[in-house]
Design a protein around this ligand. Structure first.
Ligand code: 13P
Length: 266
């Protein structure tokens, strides 16, 4: 079986991370606009779409999304189920609100809020055990890339940060920090090289079969202009998108590109 064929059996994700954007009114306006322009035909079964909104917009997003096949996720959920953790949100709180999807270990959590591989691992393990689907983010900084440390950093983030046990609800996002919000998307060569390395490392952590099934998303200045070339890569299984997910038109275009990539995969 060719590598291409294996790639096509994996789920494809088009996920938007709104970061600290999106008031409730803006969330409503986004979903209203998305509804009116959403692809009319059913999405391919293997294609997932999601938006990670502010916790305060969860209720509004779940209501206004109606029957749109867009999952709603949280950007940060704590590993403990309750307690003295000022400012945090627990898994049971998220589940009660109707959310079963979470981001963990985003570079902005690591850079500004002290997230480490160890705490990211605790979050991901706890959330998976509670039934969540988790997108666990990894990626090197510009300095680390310039110092040829990319593979060492990714290996450490995988070995020390990912859960010990494989789960089919685990997804990895490769987000090179130098590409986030900078307009400097990784080239297809850079992305494929990193994704292939990550997949090989996952095979050593879990096993080859698990590594072949695990979706690896690319994030970092994804736009409709660059996305098709990334989606065509054998080890890229979708995108985690910041800025371009805030506008309904560009998010819808990214979904259409995902539909196209899934169709050409059948
Ligand atoms: P941008 O798409 O704005 O570069 O953000 C990427 C990101 O951090 C998604 O989690």
């Amino acid at each position: 079986m060719s590598e291409r064929r294996l790639f096509r059996r994996r789920a494809l994700w088009i996920a938007g991370n709104w970061k600290m954007n999106g008031t409730r009114a803006e969330t409503q306006a986004f979903f209203d606009a998305l509804k009116s322009s959403f692809p009319k035909s059913d999405l391919p079964a293997a294609l997932h779409t999601a938006i990670f909104v502010s916790p305060l917009s969860i209720d509004r997003a779940l209501t206004v999304r109606g029957d749109l096949p867009v999952e709603i996720g949280l950007q940060n959920v704590h590993f403990e189920s309750k307690g003295a953790y000022t400012g945090e949100i627990s898994g049971p709180m998220a589940l009660e609100a109707g959310v079963k999807l979470a981001l963990v270990g985003h570079s902005e959590r690591r850079q500004y809020f002290g997230e480490t591989d160890a705490t990211a691992k605790r979050r991901t393990e706890s959330l998976l055990a509670q039934g969540f689907t988790v997108i666990h983010c990894i990626g090197e900084t510009k300095t680390e890339r310039l110092e040829n440390q990319t593979e060492n950093v990714l290996a450490r983030q995988i070995d020390d940060g990912l859960p010990t046990e494989y789960s089919d609800r685990l997804i990895v996002a490769y987000e090179p920090v130098w590409a986030i919000g900078t307009g400097l998307t990784a080239t297809p060569e850079q992305a494929e090289e990193a994704h292939a390395f990550i997949r090989a490392r996952l095979a050593t952590c879990y096993n080859r079969e698990a590594a072949e099934k695990l979706p690896i998303l690319y994030g970092g200045s994804v736009t409709p202009e660059v996305f098709p070339a990334l989606l065509a890569l054998p080890n890229v299984d979708g995108g985690l998108v910041g800025g371009a997910s805030l506008k309904p038109e560009s998010f819808r275009t990214l979904i259409e590109q995902g539909v196209e990539a899934s169709r050409s995969a059948e």
